[in-house]
Ligand binder design. Structure first.
Ligand code: GLA
Length: 381
């Protein structure tokens, strides 16, 4: 059943009447440009064709009431308080509504149903999809329609304050700005962005979920961010963006080993992402694939945010005919890989990865080919 239909039916069952309005926002997969959105780099994400849908309506009673039929979880709050919420998804929803209130646009008492096919905890930005879907609903409820980046920053504040993850801007911006058949090129230094048409003939983007749950709230993500800030301050640079890998080599001898590695990743990933953007524009698909492999090596060895299962998934592809490139995607410590593959070889590639991964880990990965999809939209009912 389509997500909207599921949401409408669940709303009716739970609340006894239909919702007034609905909105949706997608998950994303980042092709390349990892851990550089908070380091002034360029990122190249695309929205995946998996969405979170929220359907809601004003209530004459008090408070905020949410139902997640997929997990049969209900959450009610008398008002909008920041802080720890259980279940955790409720924190994201309330966090966004709270940000509307703080901006001077209070959201009226509300009841809503949320359904999603973005796999949670897999590095595909299920939390940004939820935040942005909620914000898109709240825009309609309050009449406060925001500029895209204003909305992205509001959702980012919700994530910082409600989930305690000091994330960059890539995920929220992707869920809003991405467009069908394009990769989003977002310059995180000045928020300039453009769409790079991405319909490589005969090729597809394969997402492989290692099924190792990633959780950025445990502190590893925040640590990496602090390490980058510390390295920049030791090098006395205002921005990583101005430093080429060669320049970095000349000035980095003063850094302790860990910070040296972090810096090596940041400067090389910024350079790779600029090259990847050119490769996409000129249709140099094997160069793009090579950059994906290099990005993975750097995330594994220098930034140290991979894990053995992600490394295995990438390694398995390296001698498979029809795979142009592969890397971990998203924050890391689990989650998914993204691979550029020849669609003609897809059945063979998928079988090979599943067989090898099962033999090595005892786990069954989830694989899907996705196409670049549209960002958030209100849904008319
Ligand atoms: C998470 C964060 C993003 C970004 C990525 C790594 O997804 O939310 O802001 O930093 O990790 O590229």
């Amino acid at each position: 059943m389509a997500l909207l239909e599921q949401a409408l039916r669940a709303f009716e069952e739970r609340f006894g009447s239909g919702p007034e309005i609905a909105a949706q926002a997608p998950g994303r997969v980042n092709l390349i440009g990892e851990h550089i959105d908070y380091n002034d780099g360029l990122v190249l994400p695309m929205a995946i064709d998996r969405y979170t849908v929220i359907a809601g309506g004003r209530t004459t009673g008090d408070g905020y009431h949410f139902y997640l039929p997929g997990r049969d979880q209900f959450f009610s709050a008398p008002d909008l308080k920041l802080g720890d919420h259980s279940p955790p998804w409720a924190g994201y929803v309330l966090g966004v509504l709270k940000q509307f209130e703080l901006a001077g646009f209070p959201v009226p008492p509300l009841r809503a149903v949320i359904v999603s096919d973005v796999p949670p905890g897999s590095g595909l930005s299920s939390s940004a999809a939820l935040e942005v879907a909620t914000a898109t609903l709240a825009e309609q409820l309050t009449g406060h329609i925001m500029a895209p980046m204003e909305k992205a920053y509001l959702c980012q504040r919700a994530e910082h304050e409600s989930a305690g993850v000091p994330c960059g801007i890539m995920d929220q911006a992707s869920a809003i700005l991405c467009q069908r058949d394009s990769v989003l090129e977002l310059d995180c230094r000045d928020q300039n962005h453009r769409q790079l048409p991405f319909v490589p003939e005969g090729l597809g983007v394969l997402v492989t979920n290692s099924k190792v749950q990633h959780n950025l709230a445990t502190g590893n993500y925040a640590t990496r961010r602090q390490e980058c800030e510390l390295a920049a301050s030791k090098l006395d640079i205002a921005s990583w963006r101005h430093l080429t890998p060669d320049q970095f080599d000349q000035i980095s001898a003063c850094l302790p080993e860990t910070l040296l590695r972090r810096g090596q990743h940041v400067v090389s990933e910024i350079a790779r992402t600029l090259q990847a953007s050119e490769a996409i524009e000129s249709g140099q698909w094997s160069s793009l694939g090579e950059l994906l492999y290099q990005s993975h090596e750097s995330l594994r060895d220098h930034f140290q945010v991979s894990c053995p299962e992600l490394d295995l998934l990438v390694d398995f592809t390296s001698d498979l005919p029809g795979v142009l490139g592969s890397r971990m995607t998203g924050g890391g410590f689990g989650g998914c890989t993204v691979s550029l593959i020849e669609l003609a070889e897809r059945p063979f590639i998928e079988r090979a990865i599943v067989t090898k991964y099962q033999a090595a880990t005892g786990m069954e990965p989830e694989l899907f080919v996705t196409r670049p999809s549209d960002g958030a939209q209100p849904i008319s009912l």
